[in-house]
Design a protein around this ligand. Sequence first.
Ligand code: PLP
Length: 383
Amino acid sequence: MTPGPTQVPERALARLGQQVIHHRTEEFRSLFAEVLEGLKHVFQTRHDVVVLTSSGTGAMEAAVANVVPRGGKAIVLESGKFSERWRLICERFGIEVVRYEVPWGEPFDPAEVARLLDVHRDAVAVYTTLSESSTGVGHDIEAIGRAVGPSGKLLVVDAISGAGVMECRTDAWGIDLLVVGSQKALMIPPGLAFVAVSPAAWRQIESVAQRPVFYFDLLAYRKSLAAPEPPYTPAISLVRALAETLRTICSEGIEQVWVRARTLARATRAAIEALGLQLVAKRPADGLTAVYFPPGLDGPKFLRRVESRFGVKLAGGQGPLKGRAFRIAHMGLLDELDIVSAIAAIELVLHEMGYPVTLGAGVAAASRVFADSSHDSVSSSRG
Ligand SMILES: *Cc1c(COP(=O)(O)O)cnc(C)c1O
């Protein structure tokens, strides 16, 4: 139950075991066309989506190096381990960074973004994050989009742990580049990354004469979208597995996936609060929940015990939250019973380690949320 890599559905696993086909074939092109359509539905865009063979960070790098020239300016919104990465990538490419930092666990203020855009009129783009996986904060990208829109600058969003699990409307929210990875809500192994690119973003990319990229040259990917195929040998087996998970997501409908995840997130938070534990995020995301360890508890030992006794893998904290917090994901294949059993495991191990819990209190709180939201057609992904 970590925020990536997530469990891969059986049907997609079976595809990974099949003989590799050639990619310059009608068979692959039609599969690839289907995958692109599925991704557009998940990302809620009518514009181009390119598929890269890399982890999510490769797509972040592409969304920097193609877009802002060396010596150009970017506004980076920083609130945790992953949004910090935007700044580190920008700095590596010699881009001047205007940094808007909020404490870990807090959301960005869209009014501050508007103010910075007003002061830094020469900035090319705003870099931000939908779901900050280190803190479990879900940023208000819709409101940030409204702040960026009038400036005419590009809005670039890392949605690696957000897209496919929480509301994300690329076109309607004015997102110019949306970056996503394969191993989170899209439920396939790591190795593919995606960038949705708006027409305004393409115009900006075309205008950057010296783009320090070869493999990650997005214009090369756009050119071969006509086929459609990728310019270089794709991770064929992963594309096949992705076609399988996208079929499942598209047949349920992405909005219904969002509703289901929101209920899992609410139930998780209700359980955590019922156990007297504290959430890290002031504005929580739907794909994962970050929780402070209670004072005095040996966090790493707690996580090891939850895993060894119950086979439940939770994620630890990152950066300043290392040893201070843990994270539970509720994206992809996970359903209500997975949440209930993880909460039960957490209760039992807390109890075993001497932390005062009322056994069943977290489970009851989660079940109450499920009972009250059964009319939202929260059916089990197994059922
Ligand atoms: C997982 C994640 C990344 C990093 O992706 P990799 O696939 O490890 O390169 C970046 N941003 C966010 C928000 C993530 O959750």
